[in-house]
Design a protein around this ligand. Structure first.
Ligand code: HEM
Length: 524
């Protein structure tokens, strides 16, 4: 296989590699001989690696503990396939198609199973004996993503006191106290939108909604906004946060193929590291500034710091959470509101119904109050639910890992220890087995009635369930509803021609990568 070596003579080596034949003619001298040896070693190594990989692929497909689960073979064969799809931002479409073909449980990587049945929510993410059923997947929640003192990366045990302290800031009463702050930000946004649309110019509403959500969340978390709406541009810190959010997909893939993660850490340019340190220090300064104010302003820190001190949390842990609130809450809510705008404006019936419902309870813009819109607008509620079904912000969801020695039963199937288990929101929310007309935007499916009575609405869990679900759920819903009602009340809106197929083929890197959403607005 490696060729014939005839001592002290010219060598005629034939080498068979990946179907190619190589002919070498080597002079009889030492240098040439050592070149040949080197070449032979390389060939031996690559053939061994190829054989091992092929064996691994055969093992993964036919003999692995998960081989009895159905799914596309190219996904079951190696982790590389799913990683490539995730790096391309299209894994959600491929996994959805696989579920349509193979059923409610699909093997999407050698040791990863995807579920779409409602019972799986509690079995994977819910409580078990008062604790989280399964821990977060350390390859996703890795040390390059965030420090482990942040709530997102804290272990299930360490997260308990942090979440208890956060609860006071996210209680219904505490959130109602945020209303004047949110209303003032929305007022500023409406003024800017009116100005930008002057002369019937088209406006990228996605950009403005994102500015506003970062301002609102930073005002809530840090006690000061980022000035995005006022300046009509992303604050440097905000841009960094958005970029980082999406870079998480790359970091995640590198952790699957350790030591690629170490290589990635070495490859990060010095300028990026410096930027990271600079922004980390800037957010720390903001938190410290807020904490030193001793203000009675009832924002996140006001409630959180008091409860966190009672829990005995160290200052470093307290300081780390404010940035996370902004990181976790701004882009997600902005993606949801932008998605809702697109679906409302694409469906004249939905738009008209919303307007009618709103006019039934509000005489002027000042009547748009949280208490009213949370309780008296069922159609708006259905529109929000339907948006969170078809365009849920964290579309790909989050993985967990089975750590129980004896394995676990999920969706009626035994799943062995070490398996990565997963509900992909997009796939379960748009599965034909869960919904009639799954890809159509139909708010009426949330309002009762015969046509959609077989829908399995309980599978839609955009904020997840259990002890590590989203603590900011109500804050996000309040912001979504307030912003949407103000936009609907204040403007006549229309999608620009170029935005008609806005949702088609959007990519997901943790969250949707939404393109600009150009619309025409006219003050009413
Ligand atoms: C529509 C908007 C939002 C959606 C769809 C959403 C969704 C989620 C989901 C699915 C998780 C669970 C992640 C996991 O399993 O690891 C989560 C966690 C979290 N969310 Fe949200 N979220 C939204 C808005 C917010 C807001 C507004 C805040 C705060 C102001 C927030 C703060 C957090 C935090 C701190 C966590 C981590 C909880 C933990 O690890 O224990 N989110 N969110």
């Amino acid at each position: 296989m490696y060729g014939r070596l005839v001592e002290n003579h010219a060598v005629d080596a034939q080498c068979l590699c990946s179907g190619h034949i190589l002919i070498l003619v080597v002079d009889k001298n030492d240098a040439a001989r050592s070149d040949l040896h080197f070449f032979q070693h390389c060939m031996a190594i690559s053939i061994s690696i190829t054989s091992l990989l092929s064996l691994r692929v055969v093992y993964n497909i036919y003999f692995h503990r998960l081989s009895r689960f159905p799914g596309p073979r190219y996904l079951a064969a190696t982790d590389i396939s799913l990683s490539i799809l995730q790096l391309r931002g299209t894994s959600q479409y491929v996994i959805r198609r696989a579920h349509e073909k193979y059923g409610p449980i699909v093997r999407v990587a050698p040791r990863t199973l995807s579920f779409i049945e409602s019972s799986a929510w509690n079995e994977i993410y819910g409580f078990k004996n008062g604790r989280a059923a399964l821990p977060k997947d350390p390859e996703f929640y890795n040390d390059m993503l965030l420090p482990d003192i942040t709530i997102t990366r804290a272990s299930d045990d360490d997260a308990v006191p942090i979440r208890r302290a956060m609860n006071s800031a996210f209680s219904h009463k505490a959130l109602l106290e945020q209303e004047p702050m949110i209303q003032s930000h929305i007022k500023r946004l409406l003024a800017q939108l009116e100005l930008s649309s002057y002369g019937n110019r088209e406006v990228d509403v996605r950009k403005w909604i994102t500015f506003s959500m970062f301002d609102i969340n930073s005002d809530f978390g840090f006690g000061e906004d980022m000035g995005c709406v006022a300046s009509g541009s992303f604050h440097e810190w905000v841009q960094f946060v958005v970029d980082f959010f999406y870079a998480a997909t790359l970091i995640h893939q590198c952790y699957k193929f350790s030591p690629l993660n170490k290589l990635l850490a070495l490859c990060i340019p010095k300028s990026t590291r410096e930027r990271q340190v600079k922004h980390h220090e800037a957010s720390l300064m903001r938190v410290r500034r807020r904490m030193s104010k001793q203000a009675t302003r009832p924002d996140f820190m006001h409630h959180f710091v008091r409860s966190a001190e009672k829990e005995g949390l160290p200052t470093s842990v307290i300081e780390a959470q404010a940035s996370i609130v902004i990181l976790a809450g701004s882009e997600t809510t902005a993606v949801a509101v932008t998605g809702a705008m697109y679906y409302i404006l694409s469906n004249p019936r939905v738009y008209a119904n919303l307007r009618k419902e709103l006019q039934g309870i509000c005489q002027t813009s000042a009547d748009i109050r949280l208490r009213t819109i949370l309780t008296q607008l069922p159609y708006l509620d259905a529109v929000v639910q339907e948006t969170l079904r078809v365009h849920t912000p964290l579309a790909n969801g989050f993985t967990r890992i089975v750590t129980d020695e004896a394995g676990l039963v999920i969706s009626g199937h035994f799943v062995p220890r070490g398996t990565v288990v997963w509900i992909n929101h997009y796939c379960c929310n748009t599965a034909t087995q869960n919904f009639r007309d799954p890809l159509l935007f139909v708010p009426e499916r949330w309002l009762g009635g015969k046509t959609y009575e077989s829908d399995k609405r309980e599978v839609v869990q955009p904020f997840s369930v259990g002890p590590r679900n989203c603590p900011g759920k109500m804050f996000a819903l309040n912001n979504m509803k307030l912003l949407l009602t103000h936009l609907l009340w204040n403007f006549d809106m229309e999608l620009c021609e170029g935005a008609k197929d806005w949702h088609v083929g959007q990519k997901v890197f943790n969250g949707w990568i939404q393109p600009a959403l150009p619309i025409f607005l006219q003050k009413r």
